[in-house]
Design a binder for this molecule. Structure first.
Ligand code: COA
Length: 319
């Protein structure tokens, strides 16, 4: 019995020593982890800074290229080549840095759009069916202006974090900000009342489409993130592609319907602008803006689908 208790004591002492050692190692680990996190943050931030400055420099060089002498032209060419090399080096460096922040920000952007879509949907339904006051319409339009302004700011941050958002989708939000701003200044009257219900119904439809878009785009985001090292997992990439095409085929009819509704809004407003009682400049400006939105959205969506189809065909050929 005595022997056994000595054995337990010895075992306990050994465990105790190992535990002390473990605590020490863990302490060092936490210090190193903190150092690593700081180094990662420092690297990521200076890469971002360098990239931004290189982009500005490239733009300035491009501008002064036309007025430069042959020697200066050579120098500009050399710097441009070096900038390209530098960009490749940054790409390699980034492969060893975490990408979680970009993902988290994009995720937050999609969630922000979702919450605001819910609020805007409720607002549009309330204005269309319950509250027939000018002041509530103004609040609704003001919310739209703020929403689109915030989107443009968030999107420029996303782009500087490496998002591939196409130029038009960003401009689309500037144009929408302008449109909501003009709606806000449109004084109440016969013309306003003639267009009001159509606009609110369109806003309700747009919010519903935005729901579907959220489901599709956040689905793409989660799947792409889960793929991570997608080059090594061809099967999963195929899974992603088939999910994307199913989502897109479902979404596209709603998107095109929305685009033609924008065209219909433009036509209605052009007709209203020719009305004998129409005195407000807002009517014609809004008609032009809706037409611009229709053309931009419709043509860009066609281009996106065409590019995706071509990419798909290329990949099929490679297999
Ligand atoms: N708004 C904001 N970002 C968009 C966008 C949009 N309308 N369309 C695409 N993007 C983003 C994507 O999220 C992706 O970002 P990431 O690089 O950070 O992952 C990037 O741009 C590239 O996307 P892409 O692969 O070209 O397209 P997609 O498969 O994500 O989406 C559509 C394709 C057609 C579904 C999408 O462009 C769309 O919904 N367009 C219609 C918008 C519209 O017309 N709205 C008005 C309706 S009435």
């Amino acid at each position: 019995m005595l022997l056994q208790s000595e054995r337990y004591q010895r075992e306990w002492r050994e465990l105790e020593e190992e535990f002390q050692q473990l605590q020490e190692t863990h302490k060092v680990y936490r210090q190193k982890l903190e150092e690593l996190n700081n180094l990662q943050a420092a690297c990521s931030s200076s890469i971002r800074k360098q990239k931004r400055k290189l982009k500005d420099l490239k733009y300035s060089l491009q501008r002064c290229k036309h007025k430069s002498s042959p020697e200066e032209s050579d120098l500009i060419q050399q710097i441009n080549t070096q900038i390209k090399d530098r960009q490749n080096i940054f790409f390699d460096m980034e492969a060893y840095l975490p990408k979680r922040n970009g993902f988290a920000y994009k995720d937050e952007y999609e969630k922000f759009k979702l919450y605001l879509t819910i609020i805007l949907l409720l607002g549009a339904v309330a204005c269309r069916f319950i509250l027939h006051y000018r002041v509530t319409d103004e609040v609704f339009n003001f919310l739209l202006v703020w929403y689109y302004c915030t989107l443009t700011i968030r999107e420029s941050i996303l782009i500087s974090n490496g998002s591939r958002i196409k130029g038009w989708w960003v401009s689309h939000h500037y144009v929408s900000t302008f449109l909501s701003g003009v709606m806000l200044t449109w004084p109440d009257g016969l013309m306003y009342q003639m267009f009001r219900n159509q606009f609110l119904a369109f806003s309700i439809f747009q919010s519903c489409v935005q729901f579907l878009q959220y489901y599709y785009q956040s689905g793409c985001l989660y799947r792409l993130c889960a793929l991570g090292k997608r080059n090594h997992l061809d099967l999963t990439v195929e899974g992603f592609q088939s999910w994307m095409w199913r989502g897109l085929t479902f979404l596209l009819p709603f998107l095109f319907f929305g685009h033609f509704w924008q065209l219909y809004n433009a036509i209605t407003l052009f007709e209203l602008s020719r009305h004998t009682e129409c005195k407000e400049w807002q009517v014609f400006v809004l008609a032009l803006t809706f037409l611009l939105l229709f053309l931009g959205n419709f043509l860009t969506t066609l281009k996106v689908v065409h590019t995706k189809l071509q990419k798909n065909e290329d990949e099929m050929k490679k297999l």
